[in-house]
Write a protein that binds this ligand. Sequence first.
Ligand code: FAD
Length: 260
Amino acid sequence: DRVSHPLRADRSKLYMADLESALHYSLRVEAARPSSLSGAQLAAFKCYVATLVKYFPGRPCVQTYLQTLDAWLRNWTEPELPRTVLKEAMKNNRDASHPSVLPTNVTWVGCQGSERHFRGYPCGLWTIFHLLTVQAAQNGPDKELPLEVLSTMRCYVRHFFGCQECAEHFEAMAAQSMDRVASREEAILWLWSHHNEVNARLAGGDTEDPKFPKLQWPPPDLCPQCHKEERGVHAWEEPAVVTFLKAHFSPTNIYMDYAE
Ligand code: FAD
């Protein structure tokens, strides 16, 4: 059930409803499409859940949900994981002393499109991975495992993302430059700049929501200090961009409007 509402979301905020909706959709719908998971696809799924446990700043019941699922997956050592078994393991448990719940409704707030087929899940998935790159930089050693989140994203997109053409584009960008990322802070910037590359490619195209034109982000009204001019040409002030991304994709900027 998809809820529509008249809210005009604040573009400077993140909404827990978007994050939880995208998590629910990715785990229980998108990743549960194949009749069973095995090999690299099963590894990609385990890796995604393990990364979420480490860095997703969820509510207590959602953190418990992710931890329970992660522990269950670690225990699953058979080569094949049938969808029916996985779906059973991904059900909520509200009765436990520590409830383990990821809401099953899909409600888009910051990611709501002006029409049903615009925005929604892909917007939520980008938001989750930006949030994870920032949380990994804030909560882990800068020079260790710089690709922890980016390679999780690369595997997730390659094995599960429903838009095949998008996955191929993303894989091409990753293959070209992702392995040159040398720190967790560079990982934040890699994802930001490549998301802007995607925005530039899609601007004016037929997947663009006319009410949400593709911009080079953050636009000057969200972050004036992120922009500068060098010999009359627009340029990014990268240290300001990093500061902005760290504040934007921070737990204190996540709002509970319309969360279950
Ligand atoms: P989105 O681009 O989804 O962005 C979501 C939110 O993130 C924005 O509202 C903004 O708040 C913020 N944001 C925007 N830019 C940045 C940035 N540079 N850094 C940090 N935050 C930012 N669609 C296609 O038609 N073709 C493709 O090839 C394609 N490839 C994709 C690849 C991936 C990995 C993903 C996740 C999606 C892809 N999509 C593609 C979908 C497309 O990128 C958008 O997600 C979709 O069109 C919805 O756009 P949106 O306006 O909600 O903003």
